[in-house]
Design a protein around this ligand. Sequence first.
Ligand code: HEM
Length: 403
Amino acid sequence: MSTSSSTPVDLTNLDFGVDPFPGTELHEVLANLRESQRAASVKFHGGDAVLFTRYEDVHEAFRDDQKFPGGDFYEGAIEPVVGRTFISMNGREHDLHRKLATPAFRSRAVTQFDEEALVPLAHEVVDKFADWGHADLVSELTTVFPFAAITRKLGVPRRADEQMREWADRMLAYPADPDAAVTAAEEFSEALGPLLEERRSNPGDDLLSELAATDVGGEKLSDDEICATIRLLFAVGATTTSHAMGNMLWTLLDRPDLLERARENESVRAGIVQELLRWEGPLPTLPRLASKDARHAGANIPAGTLMLFGLASANRDPRVFGEDAGTFDPERAPGVQAADIITFGFGPKFCPGSHLARRELLTALTVVLEKLPGLHLSDPEGSEPRGGVLRHPDHLHVAWDVQ
Ligand code: HEM
């Protein structure tokens, strides 16, 4: 348990939406709150929010989607640019649209995709810079590979990679730059339209064809719904995985002993991915909106309250993960069931992309270890993960041996 656990944190100046919380700072604040204030009043982008930090309180809120319907927050945060998709829906409407949109992300489908497309793609991405001897792994790898993985899954031509990423980046500028985001979303749909039409008449083994064909009890997705679904996958799937990849590489680069173990022993790599997702995930806090009055974790939550669920804190809660929950230990992984970590949420909105994300992380790690011998941080200054909502390193300047 954290040594600072009993001193209440002064939250007056802490804003989880904008403060950087670099490195250990975030975890120290969260550990303190977990022990001192079960439901803490905090700031979020200048407004008020209530932050929950204990595993049981996060788990319970996600499990009971009658009490806090998961779609309500996304109606304002994602729907204006992405369009109406299952992420901003609740109840039966959510379940039906999710069934229509996600078969391609089931475990078996992802394993096949990994072998056929993901591994060659990771080699392609790393080969582009492998003979440079130095690079920023954020700009060359972590922000490239997860976006390219989704364009491959869509089955769009390779030459579209760059353009897709540019649209995705501009869409993600919402709400800071709403006009750019909405224009990008429109351009994106215009480009996908003809491809979708082509796949309807000539289906292939790709996500677009599958989205066009999937039928649940006679219900199918319309063209607009398919375009919105694709935009959603870029917005929530590529960014999160990109940030998780940055956190994973930083964690290893910061611990050269671990990097060497991962290089020498292939079997430790899955444990590293699993432990990374628990220890330094890309979404340390997840916002939800209380749409009606409720009571949670001993506090009254009036309708309209913005709630923040501390995934990073729940994942380090000693009540669930033991007294050494704050230690990064890949050997613990076999004992920690994948289902116990709350990185991918829980309940009806549990992340449908978790298999793909895990595969991408493992594949990137394996290819980096294979192709970049002697890898080390050349400029550690400011490279630690930062952010209270989206957490990742801004850069990872590294060097390696080139034969
Ligand atoms: C390490 C990477 C990832 C993390 C940490 C992550 C995390 C999460 C979390 C916590 C949720 C639940 C949101 C809530 O309850 O409000 C979620 C939902 C979702 N994720 Fe992921 N995700 C990741 C990767 C992906 C990928 C690769 C995809 C797809 C390509 C994806 C697609 C989605 C979608 C569509 C939802 C909405 C589910 C629903 O509304 O039913 N995610 N993700």
